[in-house]
Design a protein around this ligand. Structure first.
Ligand SMILES: [Mg+2]
Length: 373
């Protein structure tokens, strides 16, 4: 059997410096330490630790497959210890995403977000890893549609014979915890009908239709549905494979030339405009945002992220680029317009979504004062 490589990105808000702003350096160090140890012990081949705003992101490459208990445990232990460090520094929201304190074999459903992809390496395998902060789990629905189904975005859908036949989308219904596969271009309209409802449906996985080659995967955690109440936003991550019969890296990045609105932002209760940024600007400020997106480009090589002569992973900070200035400016303009509306819908999320927040508590006390009209 051919050797298979697995990319796992597992993330968690373990506590933040100055509110919900950024992962403090000592917490990143805890993450680094855990993954270095895991590499030395041979559990993972290599790794990269970074942050998306207040989320600690652990990117690991290994050969253990998806949903491997050992890999999930490594991430869980790192998050637990980073939370302890956050507590000792009295950082804000220490361990807020960790809904459980004892590991039970799989990190899904315990709070942290997780996207994983196992595949047989091609001659060259370019990868883009995305991470968002102050956004919901379906924040990548719109770009995933553009990348894999929109011929006005992805020239390859028109030009590249290897892409003829289109792509299949695995769509998760987060409300009923069920999923359905739709194929584009044949079911493009129906796909939009589903994934346009971002509070409920999320694109979990994409395959090339003609050979079921896995192309993309996202984290689909809905924290509020696990906990039954608002405990922080889902802040998703995604892995996308590029080139040679798949969308080019440039086609994968093209949807981010413009800002678009996602659920999240302040208190996870508002529509906010996405702002693609380089790692140096991966922090949330104005109204705890605007929702930031980071994108890292890397190559998978013999079971690990390709490394430089010193053994350090070669990672390109893709949104650290003036080409995304327009999206950043649009995000600022949308942000200003939305904030002018204060707590009036549609700036604030729908009443149905707000049920998971503290808003119903505020309204409760007026219940008795209502008279029949
Ligand atoms: Mg976050």
């Amino acid at each position: 059997m051919a050797r298979k490589t697995t990319i796992s990105i597992i993330k968690c808000d373990v506590g933040s410096l100055a509110g919900h702003h950024i992962v403090a350096k000592p917490l990143m160090t805890v993450g680094e330490r855990h993954l270095k140890k895991a590499q030395e012990k041979g559990h993972i081949n290599n790794y990269y630790v970074f942050n998306a705003g207040d989320d600690l992101e652990l990117l690991m490459v290994h050969e253990k497959g998806e949903d491997d208990p050992k890999i999930h445990q490594i991430a869980f232990d790192a998050f637990m210890n980073a939370s302890k460090k956050a507590q000792s520094l009295k950082l804000y929201g220490a361990g807020q995403d960790l809904l459980k304190t004892a590991f039970s074999g799989n990190i899904r459903g315990m709070g942290p977000g997780c996207a994983e992809m196992e595949f047989e390496e091609r001659a060259s395998d370019p990868i883009v890893v995305f991470a968002a902060d102050k956004a919901s789990s379906s924040a990548f629905n719109l770009p995933m549609f553009h990348i894999f189904a929109d011929p006005f975005n992805t020239a390859g859908l028109v030009i590249d014979p290897q892409m003829a036949g289109g792509f299949k989308f695995d769509v998760l219904d987060m409300k009923k915890n069920r999923s359905v596969v739709l194929k584009c271009p044949e079911e493009m309209y129906e796909l939009i009908a589903l994934i346009g409802t971002t509070p409920r449906y999320t694109v979990a996985r994409v395959w090339r239709a003609r050979d079921d080659l896995v192309c993309a995967t996202t984290s689909t955690t809905k924290l509020s549905l696990i906990a039954g109440k608002y405990v922080g936003k889902d802040d998703p991550v995604a892995i996308v494979r590029a080139q040679n019969g798949l969308p080019a890296v440039g086609e994968i990045l093209a949807p981010f030339m413009h800002s678009y609105l996602v659920e999240g932002w302040m208190r996870g209760s508002h529509w906010g405009p996405t702002m693609p940024v380089g790692l140096k600007d991966s922090k949330c400020t104005v109204f705890d945002g605007p929702p930031r997106l980071v994108a890292l480009g890397l190559q998978i090589c013999d079971g690990q992220i390709a490394v430089d002569d010193e053994g350090k992973p070669l990672v390109s900070d893709l949104f650290e680029d003036p080409a995304f200035d327009m999206a950043r400016r649009e995000a600022q303009e949308y942000a200003a317009n939305l904030r002018r509306m204060g707590e009036f819908e549609p700036a604030r999320l729908s009443a149905e979504t707000m049920e998971y927040t503290t808003l119903p508590k505020v309204l409760e006390k007026f219940e008795k004062r209502f008279k029949k009209a």
